[in-house]
Write a protein of this length. Structure first.
Ligand code: IPE
Ligand code: IPE
Ligand code: MG
Length: 261
């Protein structure tokens, strides 16, 4: 049998090297720092520190692979429930990481944004956040969202409040509220929704992360603890993503037709 060019063009997606389908937006729950440290008989903060190194590697990998948006869950609105000492060490680490990394991020074309209710942080952290966002705001290589004091329920509540105010002032009719309008009032409303969601650390839950924006994301769970989530582990997640067919409610056959159209 001879294979002409026309048949070549019609080859199914699976024959294209896996790594060619790169997600535009990757969102990650970086979990397992505490257990990583406990496994070594070290204090939990050691795991959080090691986790910062992993963040560096993943940012670099995203930039190299052509991922345009990376969203990292650093501190949830529920993490205040942890022992006081762990919370204050996490705050100190967050501030130090911002101070230390922002220049390098800027040099590498990374636009840094913090999503979440930052008003709960101390003044020093809030000032550093403003400075970092201002410095990097025109960068286009990669948008890095750090979710800090973030909760998906908080995000939706804020959107609802803002829409309710518009209804009250007469600028909006309640009947005109659509899913799109809610999306437009959420964090990251100017960015594409996550294509790929990763949670490390073995738990299979969302933990009040991006509950609205993950509606159609591909979910990837791994037992690897965050400090061990190296380049190879990240690439395994990308490979898993590239082998999936996203249907958005259509049938598989419809998707194939659209691709070949
Ligand atoms: C994730 O690691 C980091 C934060 C929540 C700040 P954990 O601290 O939750 O690690 P485990 O789940 O206890 O191992
Ligand atoms: C989610 O991890 C929050 C972050 C990674 C920042 P947790 O470890 O706090 O989640 P739960 O409490 O086990 O669900
Ligand atoms: Mg955890």
């Amino acid at each position: 049998m001879t294979l002409n060019t026309e048949q070549n063009n019609a080859l199914p997606d699976s024959t294209i090297p896996a790594a060619t389908k790169i997600p535009e937006h990757v969102a990650i729950i970086m979990d397992g720092n505490g257990r990583w440290a406990e496994n070594r008989g070290s204090p939990r903060i050691t795991g959080h520190k090691a986790g910062v190194e992993t963040v560096r590697g993943v940012i670099q990998a995203c930039a190299e692979k052509g991922v345009k948006v990376l969203t990292l869950f650093a501190f949830s609105s529920e993490n205040w429930r942890r022992p006081k000492q762990e919370v204050s060490l996490l705050m100190a680490l967050f501030l130090a990481a911002l101070q230390r990394e922002v220049k390098k991020l800027h040099k590498n074309g990374v636009q840094l944004r913090i999503i979440g209710d930052v008003s709960a942080f101390n003044e020093k952290i809030q000032t550093q956040i403003k400075k970092s966002e201002e410095l990097t705001k025109n960068n286009t290589k990669l948008v890095l969202n750090i979710a800090a004091n973030y909760g998906g329920q908080w995000d939706i509540t804020e959107a609802v409040k803002s829409l309710a105010k518009q209804v009250k002032s007469g600028d909006l009719e309640a009947e005109d509220i659509t899913a799109d309008l809610i999306s437009q009032n959420l964090s990251m409303n100017d960015l594409p929704e996550p294509d790929l969601f990763i949670r490390t650390g073995g738990e299979q839950r969302i933990s009040n992360f991006l509950i609205w924006q993950l509606a159609y994301s591909e979910l990837y769970f791994t037992d690897t603890l965050w400090p061990d989530f190296d380049r190879q582990a990240f690439e395994a997640a990308l490979t898993s993503f590239s082998g999936r067919q996203r249907r958005f409610g259509h049938t598989g056959e419809q998707i194939e037709k659209m691709k070949n159209a």
